[in-house]
Design a protein around this ligand. Structure first.
Ligand code: ADP
Length: 485
């Protein structure tokens, strides 16, 4: 029996215990998928992944820990901070929860104060690296995620007490622009010195994510294209020059989708469930939607949807302009989203300008989103950047065709209508004119129900399983271990 690859996976959030964004999806799914990989795919080996997250106050009511496994203090300039570690298990995945006064009642997962978040996640990372000593389980690989735990690769190297100085580390980049700026003083108070790496721009040497980028053995972006884009000035957040120097160590692996939760065949939120052999039933979802929103029930009118955080990143402003520019076509649109007030107001204005055809629903509504994926004909995703993107994968699985900017994970998951095997419509530059052209192409395509149906079916049959992503991660771990000095 070959020894398993032991992976300590550290993150600030993990679904279903606690989820704020896409990182929660990944941390909730990937370690379980890694553990479930068949040994036959790994030359007889398997992955013993274990998850470490903070014991956020909001988790306490959801989970009964099995046992307390450790208690120790982490040094801080104003006096030691106590860490208490509990063990729990979900679907056979061992989860270690680090409790501390820093994750006390009322403390949200993230605040707008990076000193505060820097302190709690700097502490968490230090504590997570101390944990293996107490559980008699020494990891072969350390896997960190985003700026919150990005000091980890550096700390493992710096701190002989962890006994992890030669353990290879992976840093996943879910969203590069969040460098953790503002947390410098908190790191200093925890005794984490700035990086001495002269390849890093000077302004970045005290920030957690750049420190991690300089020290991780492998940097993995959440899609292959985003992995390339972060090497360029447009997406590199001032670190592109540095990342270029490390390009040999930078790759991208596409996130998976929870295909059980997102399944049109069994989704209880739908007006009618369907699959690729009964796709006609899909139309009932469109009927339910247009009825709910008092839109025109004519099935020949394309129904566009947007389901998104209202953030400049997502390019909703481009969608609003492009819709106005294509109003010769009789489209209808439902926009679901919340966030930035200016963008929300712009959506409201679009509804006022087109009261017969636009509905702006400015809230977070998971149930409604499901019906929209099932009933919408096309989803708009004109993102300025998109590290991976889940919405387009869900949409394709539900037979809703994406019209998206060719960036990051959107480019990796959608094939444009000009290609054989196409599943959507892509445009290059973040300009409303280009989106308007893609929209026009989509409207023409939609007017031929046979070719539209074929495109829907191709999208529905794609495999976005976590198993695929997990295999790619396992291969990355193996190559790190094989290339160890
Ligand atoms: P990001 O993580 O950058 O917000 P993704 O496309 O990766 O973008 O994931 C967004 C997820 O959040 C999708 O599952 C989408 O359905 C969901 N979502 C976004 N806004 C809303 C909303 N207002 N109501 C319901 N679900 C939403």
């Amino acid at each position: 029996m070959i020894e398993p690859i032991k992976v300590l996976f550290m993150a600030s959030e993990a679904d279903p215990l606690i989820k704020v964004g896409g990182l929660g999806d990944v941390a909730g799914s990937l370690p379980i998928a890694l553990r479930s990989l068949p040994p036959a795919w790994l030359e007889g080996s398997r992955v013993d992944a274990r998850l470490v997250i903070p014991f956020h106050a909001a988790i306490r009511s959801k989970l009964e820990p099995v046992e307390k496994v450790a208690e120790f203090a982490v040094e801080h300039a104003k006096g030691p901070i106590l860490a208490q570690v509990y063990r729990a298990e979900i679907q056979n995945l061992p989860i270690y929860l680090i409790a501390s006064r820093l994750f006390g009642a009322g403390e949200p997962v993230y605040t707008s104060d990076n000193y505060r978040d820097g302190l709690k996640y700097g502490f968490f990372t230090l504590a997570a690296l101390r944990l293996p000593q107490f559980i008699d389980w020494k990891p072969d690989i350390l896997h960190f995620n985003d700026w919150h735990t990005a000091t980890g690769p550096y700390l493992a190297r710096l701190d002989p007490e962890t006994a992890l100085q030669n353990t290879p580390s992976v840093l996943s980049i879910h969203n590069l622009p969040y460098l953790g700026g503002g947390s410098e003083r908190a790191l200093a108070e925890l005794g984490i010195p700035p990086s001495q790496d002269e390849r890093l721009p000077e302004w970045s040497r005290s920030m957690p994510l750049p420190i991690g980028l300089a020290n991780a053995d492998r940097i993995i972006a959440v899609s292959p294209t985003y992995g390339e884009e972060i090497l360029t000035p447009e997406f590199g957040c001032g670190l592109d020059g540095f990342l270029q120097e490390r390009r040999e160590s930078v790759t991208g692996i596409l996130n998976g989708l929870d295909q059980k939760s997102w399944d049109p065949e069994s989704d209880p939120a739908l007006a009618a469930c369907f699959n690729s052999s009964q796709i006609d039933l899909r139309e009932r979802n469109k009927q339910a939607l247009v009825k709910n929103f008092a839109l025109n029930p004519d099935p020949r009118l394309p129904l566009l949807i947007i389901i998104s955080r209202m953030d400049y990143q997502k390019g909703i402003d481009l969608a609003i302009d492009a819709l106005s520019e294509t109003d010769d076509f009789a489209w209808q649109a439902i926009i679901l989203g919340t966030g930035d007030r200016t963008i929300e107001t712009a959506c409201q204005h679009l509804q006022e300008a087109y009261p017969e055809r636009v509905r702006a629903v400015l809230k977070f509504d998971a149930q409604l989103s499901r019906l929209m994926y099932a009933g919408g004909d096309m989803i708009l995703m004109p993102s300025r950047y998109e590290p991976c993107g889940l919405a387009q994968m869900i949409a394709m699985r539900y037979g809703c065709i994406p019209i998206a900017r060719a960036t990051g994970g959107l480019k990796d998951t959608i094939r444009d209508a000009v290609d054989p095997g196409s599943t959507g419509f892509l445009f290059k530059e973040a300009r409303s004119k280009e989106l308007a052209v893609a929209l026009t192409r989509a409207f023409r395509y939609f007017s031929d129900p046979i070719q539209w149906r074929e495109m829907q079916l191709r999208g529905m049959q794609l495999d976005f399983s976590w198993q695929r992503s997990a295999l790619a991660y396992a291969q990355a771990y193996r190559s790190l271990l094989e290339n160890q000095p």
